[in-house]
Each structure stands twice: as structure tokens, then as C-alpha cells.
Design a protein around this ligand. Structure first.
Ligand code: HEM
Length: 156
């Protein structure tokens, strides 16, 4: 396997854990903030930034894999019609990449809207809705066994 491909796949695989951990912290602290009617804390702002930054990194490496390094998507791009009949190629070339791209756009839009809000309740509500939907989409599209597609949970 080409070294840059292995490094990118390794990074893309491990960064998924940072995304999931940060996403769960962001969601649970927004729920806590809403139920306790508390202020939007610095802790929340920092973890929201970690979540969004890890998503940006994932998108960057994902694009590199998609257009340059992954034999799966390169083959799909060379004959998209045929790739649609292959469940693994279709998953990575369409379902995984596009659904996750939408999730990242939702998290980014949410972040802008949270910054614009001044009221803590509105900030927490927006955090919960936008990042909650993003996280659900991401969870649905991680190749962890559904659609017959399993990739290592911990890639070495
Ligand atoms: C939050 C978003 C994302 C998460 C959590 C995620 C997670 C993953 C995981 C766990 C794998 C399997 C890695 C392995 O085999 O160890 C994978 C593969 C892949 N991802 Fe993503 N991904 C995300 C977004 C994207 C995006 C936006 C793109 C494209 C623009 C993309 C393109 C790919 C490609 C092409 C592969 C397959 C590479 C190969 O096996 O050759 N991913 N992704």
C-alpha cells in the first residue's frame, strides 16, 4: 500500500474517535445547559471548536482520499455507472462521502448560528439541533458493520 495512502487512512480512521468524543461532549453539555438553564460556558465553546476542527480535518483528508489516494473511489470515478452496482464502491463514492459532507456543513452552519446568538438558551438549543443532526448522520455513515461494510475500529 502506498505510504501516503496508509497515513491518510490511519489519520481518517483515528480522527473519527476525536469527532465522536467531542460530538458527544458538545451534545451532552448542551442538554445539561438547557435543563439547568445555565450560561453557555467556556468549556462548551472549546469543545465545540474541537468538534468543528476535527470535522474540517476529516473533510480535508477525506477529499485527499477521494480524489487522489483511495483505489476504491478512483476506480468509481473512472466508471461511475458501474460503481453504482458495487455496494462497497457506492458506499464510499456516494453514501459515506456525501452524507458526511452534509453533516459537516450542518455543524459549520450551527457554529455560525451559535456565535450569532447572545442568549445562552438559544446557543444551547442551536448547538443541540445542528450538531445533534450532524452527529446522527456521521454515526449512520461510519463503516462499522452496517450495509455489510466493516472497517477496523482501531487501525494500526
Ligand atoms: C465526519 C466525517 C467522516 C467520518 C467519521 C469518516 C470515517 C471514515 C472511516 C472510519 C473510514 C474507514 C477507514 C479505515 O478503513 O480504517 C472512512 C473511509 C473513507 N472515507 Fe471517510 N469519514 C468522514 C468523512 C468523509 C468525507 C467527507 C469524505 C470525502 C470527501 C470521506 C472519504 C472517505 C473515503 C474515500 C474512504 C475510503 C478509503 C479507502 O478505503 O480507500 N470521508 N471514513
Amino acid at each position: 500500500m502506498n505510504t501516503l495512502y496508509s497515513i491518510s487512512l490511519f489519520l481518517h480512521s483515528w480522527n473519527r474517535w476525536l469527532i465522536l468524543v467531542a460530538g458527544i461532549i458538545v451534545i451532552t453539555s448542551a442538554i445539561r445547559g438547557l435543563s439547568a438553564k445555565s450560561v453557555y460556558t467556556d468549556f462548551q465553546r472549546k469543545w465545540a471548536l474541537v468538534f468543528l476542527s476535527s470535522l474540517h480535518l476529516q473533510l480535508l483528508v477525506g477529499i485527499l482520499l477521494y480524489f487522489v489516494l483511495s483505489p476504491l473511489t478512483l476506480q468509481a470515478l473512472s466508471n461511475f455507472g458501474a460503481a453504482m452496482h458495487d455496494p462497497v464502491m457506492r458506499f464510499f463514492a456516494v453514501e459515506h462521502s456525501f452524507t458526511n459532507l452534509i453533516a459537516i456543513i450542518l455543524a459549520q452552519s450551527g457554529s455560525i448560528l451559535v456565535k450569532r446568538a447572545t442568549d445562552a438558551r438559544v446557543k444551547n438549543k442551536r448547538t443541540l439541533i445542528w450538531n445533534g443532526i450532524a452527529l446522527l448522520l456521521i454515526l449512520a455513515m461510519i463503516p462499522m458493520g452496517m450495509m455489510g461494510l466493516a472497517r477496523p475500529l482501531f487501525r494500526f
